[in-house]
Ligand binder design. Structure first.
Ligand code: CA2
Length: 144
């Protein structure tokens, strides 16, 4: 099984600012955590991060040609604005889990809307980095 973990804008800044919301661990820590989890489950995993909407669309499309079985996506702020990311997910038809580190449902009203949720098979919020591991486990079961 092959999984893509895709992170959107500013998630490369994890651990550098706003530790009260996103924790003190870094993006590299996140990658290491997920990599270890996938290794122990025999899952092949690739990681991509971009601050650009179009590049994220390109990465989703590339997942189709790479025959990726599942996508774990934290679209960052594009969650709340991007029909393009939703359309890309619909185009590739790869099972996807949407992850948010913070409790988006308890934050500002503009974070209550998620376009990606219209496609995602599951959405996990407010569980910190653990949410990514749960997403991997869900995809493993879902695609079995
Ligand atoms: O809770 C999440 O994972 C979010 O997707 C994170 C996005 C935010 O726009 C979404 O509403 C919820 C923002 C990621 C920004 O990450 C930072 C990390 C460190 C310092 C500043 C921002």
């Amino acid at each position: 099984m092959k999984i893509l973990v895709l992170n959107g804008p500013n998630l490369n800044m994890l651990g550098i600012r706003e530790p009260d919301i996103y924790g003190k661990d870094t993006y590299d820590d996140l990658v290491a955590l997920i990599r270890k989890h996938c290794e122990s489950s025999g899952i092949e995993v690739q990681f991509k991060q971009s601050n650009s909407e179009g590049t994220l669309v390109d990465y989703i499309q590339q997942a189709f040609f790479d025959k990726v079985d599942g996508i774990v996506i934290n679209p960052g702020a594009y969650t709340h604005t991007s029909v393009a990311l939703l359309d890309a997910l619909k185009a590739v038809q790869i099972p996807a889990v949407e992850v948010h580190i913070s409790k988006v449902d308890e934050r500002e009203p503009f974070r209550q809307i998620s376009y990606v949720s219209y496609y995602a098979q599951k959405t996990i919020t407010g569980k910190g980095f653990q949410g990514y591991l749960e997403a991997v486990d869900f995809l493993k079961e879902y695609t079995a």
